[in-house]
Design a protein around this ligand. Structure first.
Ligand SMILES: Nc1ncnc2c1ncn2[C@@H]1O[C@H](COP(=O)(O)OP(=O)(O)OP(=O)(O)O)[C@@H](O)[C@H]1O
Length: 303
């Protein structure tokens, strides 16, 4: 196995990527090194956010995992099955970036098509397709051809086809893309519900806020290199840079003071000495956005 960077899970892995590299040979034989020696594991039942700027290599990683392209070097397994293989694909629900479907089909026809490709029994397929079409709020439009759908509705068909065969592992390329705030919140609820049911979710995004709310861990990729893997709650805990103190003096006036991380104790003592009453202490955090931007900035800096 390749060398893993920090933040790996100790338990069994649902996804294990071992030193994957991918070089595209473009027009005029121009080589693009889209992935450079990426190693990563995602634990069973984990929600993992794959965060990176445009062109970082997120979709390339995902396409390798779901068997749409072969890595130039390296291997990976999904639930212990090597990729690419039918066995590994059977266990995956995959949402492509900007999905497009046979648009003369209705959502209901398309979902049934996907379910039958996964060899779902007819009665289970009927039950599950109703369930996912209702969940994604496509039930009323289910008989209309997909070509008449809005962008957000097409994205929701993409999510419905991911869920219909109830796989163990969900690989989602920008699942919130093209959705309005209600749609985004629905997707977050769906991901949280998958986690409650012990499923594994690996999704790519540019949106830091989505990672902060629903992910157990985040991997940051830039220029085809995996820069960092960390537990989201650890980033938030370690990110305390100082405190804001709200206090009242003996004249009843409110004071708002900032202190750095190490200065809290001394400041509280000095406030007590001058007769101030402290009513609130709030941590000031280096949030995930700062963490992300610092890593990207570092990786864009001088070699
Ligand atoms: N078929 C291809 N031929 C040549 N280069 C490609 C091809 N597909 C992707 N690339 C290049 O590989 C790099 C990684 O692209 P990739 O689509 O994986 O990034 P991404 O992180 O998913 O970006 P985005 O967030 O913009 O979708 C980019 O430099 C991209 O231009």
């Amino acid at each position: 196995m390749g060398t893993f960077i920090n933040g790996e899970t100790a338990g069994a892995s649902a996804i294990a990527i071992d030193s994957i590299s991918k070089t595209y040979i473009g027009k005029k034989r121009v080589r693009v090194e889209a992935l450079k020696d990426v190693s990563l594991t995602v634990g069973l039942g984990e929600v993992f956010g794959f965060l990176g700027p445009n062109g970082a290599g997120k979709s390339t990683t995902i396409k390798c995992l779901v068997g749409l392209m072969r890595p130039t070097k390296g291997t990976a397994t999904i639930m212990g099955e090597s990729i690419p293989s039918i066995a590994s694909r059977r266990n995956i629900g995959y949402l492509p970036e900007n999905p497009s479907f046979y648009d003369y089909l209705s959502a209901e026809e398309y979902i049934r098509f996907v379910g039958s490709a996964f060899q779902m029994p007819a009665d289970e397929l009927t039950r599950k397709s109703e369930e996912v079409l209702k969940l994604l709020e496509l039930w009323d439009a289910r008989k209309r051809p997909i070509r008449s759908y809005s962008k957000g509705m097409v994205q929701r068909v993409g999510l419905a086809q991911v869920l219909v065969h109830d796989p163990d592992v969900y690989i989602l390329d920008e699942p919130m893309s093209g959705l309005d705030p209600l749609g985004r919140s629905l997707v977050k609820e769906i991901i949280s519900d998958l986690k409650r049911r012990g499923k594994t979710v690996f999704f790519s995004t540019h949106i830091i806020d989505d990672v902060e709310k629903i992910c157990d861990r985040v991997g940051i990729i830039s220029g085809g290199v995996l820069k960092s893997v960390e537990h989201v709650d650890r980033i938030l805990e370690q990110g305390v840079t100082g405190y804001t103190i709200t206090a009242q003096n003996d004249k009843g006036e409110t004071l708002i003071l900032s202190v750095d991380r190490d200065g809290l104790g001394d400041k509280l003592t000095s406030l007590a000495t001058v007769g101030c009453t402290v009513s609130l202490i709030e941590p000031v955090r280096k949030n995930l956005e700062r963490f992300f931007l610092d890593i990207i900035k570092e990786s864009n800096g001088p070699e």
